[in-house]
Ligand binder design. Structure first.
Ligand code: PPE
Length: 313
C-alpha cells in the first residue's frame, strides 16, 4: 500500500489525493516545494535538516504572497507524522504548497493556498554508480534565470520548466546532467543541484546572488569542509575553470554529494571521484548513515511504532 498523503492537515489515501484541473497551479505553475531526505541511520530513522527545509518552504511561499496557514513547528510535525505513518525507515519527502481553486486568470491572490506532504522511496538520483564513479555532464545551452525575472532563492515549481529543458537536453546528448550558467555567463548550478569546484585544495561555489538556489546540502558541505580546514570561497566561477578543475561535484538533497568526472567531454581530474569529494562524502554519510550528529542536523522519527498501524490500515 502506498503511503498516505498529508493534505491540508489531514491524511488521505494515496489515490485520493487529487486536485481540480482548473487549479491555478496547473495553468500557471504557482507552487513552491521542498525535497528532504529521511535516512535509516544506525541510531534510527532521522530527517536531515528538517527545520531548514521547512523554513525555506515558508520563505518561498512568502515571496509568492501565499498565505501559509501553518507555523514552522506545525509543518515540521506534519512531516514527522507523514513519515511515521508511512512506516518507511528511509524516504524522500516532498512538501508542496500551491495555488488551488478560485478565479481563473493570472492573478492568484484570491485562489486557495493548499499544502500537501508526500513520501516515497528514492534511490540514487544521478544513477547507481554516480557516488563512486562520478557522472558525465555538459554545460547547458539554457541559462539560469536572470535575477530580475524569477526569484531564484524561492524553490518554485515554475522554475523547474527551465530545469526540465536543461535536463532533457543533457539526457538527449547522452549526459547525466546539465550545468547552467547565469545570464552573465558564470557558473551557477545543475538543474537540481548546487556545484562545487576544487582547485589547489580550495573549494569554490557560486554565491547566492548568482541566481542559484542556496542549497541546504551546499550549506552543510561548506560547514563540513571548513571544519576540516578547507578554504571555501563563494565567488564567480568562469566556465573554463570547470574544465581545468582538480575536482567537481554536485550537492543536493536528491543527489547528495555526486562527483562529476567529465564536462563537455573534458576529463575532470582523474576521471573518477577525487579525494576531496570522497572525504566530504564520508563525513556527510557518517552523519546520515551512522546517525552521528555533531551539528544537530537530524530529527529522529519513530517509524517502528506506527509500522503495525500502517500494515493493518
Ligand atoms: N539547486 C536546485 C535548482 C535544486 O533543485 C536543488 C534541490 C538544489 C540546488 C540543492 O538544494 P538542497 O536540496 O537544499 O541541497 N533539488 C531537489 C529536487 C530534485 C528533483 O528532481 O525534484 C532535491 O534535491 O531534492
Amino acid at each position: 500500500m502506498k503511503p498516505e498523503i498529508w493534505f491540508n492537515g489531514e491524511f488521505v489515501a494515496h489515490d485520493e489525493a487529487q486536485i481540480h484541473v482548473l487549479s491555478h497551479v496547473i495553468h500557471y505553475g504557482s507552487s513552491v516545494f521542498e525535497g528532504i531526505r529521511c535516512y535509516d541511520t544506525e541510531q534510527g530513522s532521522a530527517v536531515f535538516r528538517l527545520e531548514e527545509h521547512m523554513q525555506r518552504l515558508i520563505d518561498s511561499a512568502k515571496v509568492y504572497r501565499m498565505q501559509m496557514p501553518y507555523s514552522l513547528d506545525e509543518l515540521n510535525q506534519a512531516v514527522v507524522d507523514t513519515i511515521e505513518r508511512s512506516g518507511l525507515a528511509e524516504c524522500y519527502i516532498r512538501p508542496v504548497t500551491f495555488r488551488g481553486e478560485g478565479p481563473m486568470g493570472v492573478n492568484p491572490l484570491d485562489n486557495d493556498v493548499d499544502t500537501f506532504i508526500a513520501v516515497w522511496e528514492w534511490g540514487q538520483y544521478l544513477g547507481e554508480e554516480a557516488l563512486e564513479q562520478g557522472v558525465d555532464v555538459e554545460v547547458a545551452s539554457w541559462n539560469r534565470m536572470a535575477p530580475n525575472t524569477f526569484p531564484a532563492m524561492a524553490k518554485a515549481g515554475g522554475n523547474y520548466l527551465n530545469a526540465s529543458l536543461v535536463k532533457m537536453n543533457a539526457v538527449k546528448n547522452g549526459k547525466m546532467e546539465g550545468i547552467m550558467l547565469n545570464t552573465e555567463g558564470y557558473v551557477a548550478e545543475g538543474s537540481g543541484e548546487n556545484l562545487f569546484v576544487v582547485k589547489d585544495g580550495t573549494l569554490y561555489t557560486a554565491p547566492a546572488g548568482l541566481s542559484i538556489l542556496p542549497g541546504i546540502t551546499r550549506d552543510a558541505i561548506i560547514t563540513i569542509a571548513e571544519d576540516r580546514g578547507y578554504e571555501v570561497e563563494e565567488k564567480k566561477i568562469p566556465r573554463e575553470s570547470l574544465y581545468t578543475a582538480d575536482e567537481l561535484f554536485f550537492t543536493g538533497t536528491a543527489a547528495e554529494i555526486t562527483p562529476i568526472r567529465s564536462v563537455d567531454d573534458y576529463t575532470i581530474g582523474e576521471g573518477t571521484r577525487g579525494p576531496v569529494a570522497k572525504e566530504l562524502q564520508d563525513a556527510f554519510f557518517e552523519i546520515v548513515r551512522e546517525g552521528k550528529d555533531p551539528y544537530d542536523w537530524l530529527t529522529f522519527v519513530d517509524v517502528s511504532a506506527t509500522e503495525g498501524a500502517e500494515l493493518t490500515a
